[in-house]
Design a protein. Structure first.
Ligand code: FPP
Length: 262
């Protein structure tokens, strides 16, 4: 099976501000979510042209179940219709779509829509699109830790693979290069905590339903101007290419303690 090209960027997007967008227009919050789904399509269309090969969108956190039932069910219906509508379009455009997060609390119809979409798009090699639904980064880390046997050694990349597996992602999904949050809020909200250890962060004022390809292009340009040093003193091109901190120099080269990372 073809895999998304390595070496491209992994961008995580916290899509925030749907409710405020709607309120500012005197519309129900659900209308903000509906318009938010249009913005999702715009971001997905723009991503491959900007060098993004993995895009993770935070669509519904494990804590979002606390919202009013009517809003939750609108969001679930939107997801289901998004999958039905976009499935063939993703397939044609080389987008491999996957859902990361728990599935046991989703409706059988939504799970079927997810599985059908994952099957239909599994050969997509231009963009790996992950929709985080009923997702909690802390839960994924805990589940990954639970797979370690007492004496098992595990380095950062090995653990990343376990975190990926724990949330139903391709185990080879790389760490995140850039996390963007819209709407001016500045927090991670339990999104990709392990994967964003060396990510750059961009908090932009645009409310999610207004987000478009130009916003994504500007964000990627701002990211490319950043100097990523991975704890060193100079930009580390090798680490950037490998999408992870280098471990073959200085203190970072120290072997793991006996017994490894438990
Ligand atoms: C945060 O805005 C947004 C969400 C909790 C849901 C994100 C959902 C979408 C963008 C639409 C559906 C997604 C797909 C993939 C079809 P908020 O409601 O917290 O906004 P607020 O902070 O202004 O109230």
């Amino acid at each position: 099976m073809d895999r998304p090209a390595n070496g491209g960027l992994h961008v995580g997007l916290i899509m925030d501000g749907n409710g405020r967008w709607a309120r500012a227009r005197g519309l129900p919050r659900t209308e903000g979510h509906r318009r938010g789904a249009d913005a999702v399509r715009r971001a997905v269309e723009a991503a491959p042209g900007l060098g993004i090969t993995t895009l993770t969108l935070y669509a519904f956190s494990a804590d979002n179940w606390r919202r009013p039932a009517a809003e939750v069910s609108t969001l679930m219906r939107l997801l289901e219709s998004f999958l039905a509508r976009e499935r063939m379009r993703c397939r044609r455009r080389g987008v491999r779509l996957a859902l990361i997060g728990r599935r046991d609390r989703l409706s059988p119809a939504l799970v079927r829509a997810i599985e059908e979409t994952e099957r239909a798009t599994r050969d997509g090699a231009r963009l790996y699109l992950r929709l985080a639904v009923d997702y909690s980064a802390r839960a994924a880390i805990l589940a990954a830790a639970g797979t370690l046997r007492p004496d098992e050694r595990c380095d950062e990349n090995g653990f990343l693979q376990r975190v990926n597996r724990a949330c139903h992602s391709d185990p080879d999904t790389p760490s995140v290069d850039l996390v963007i949050r819209t709407s001016g809020e500045q927090r991670l909200s339990d999104f990709l905590l392990f994967e964003s250890a060396y990510a750059e962060f961009l908090f932009i004022a645009t409310l999610w339903p207004d987000f478009d390809g130009q916003d994504l292009r500007r964000a990627v340009e701002a990211f490319r101007r950043r100097e990523r040093r991975y704890g060193g003193l100079t930009p580390d091109k090798a680490a950037r290419a490998a999408n992870r901190p280098r471990r073959d120099f200085g203190v970072g080269n120290a072997p793991l303690p006996a017994g490894g990372f438990r």
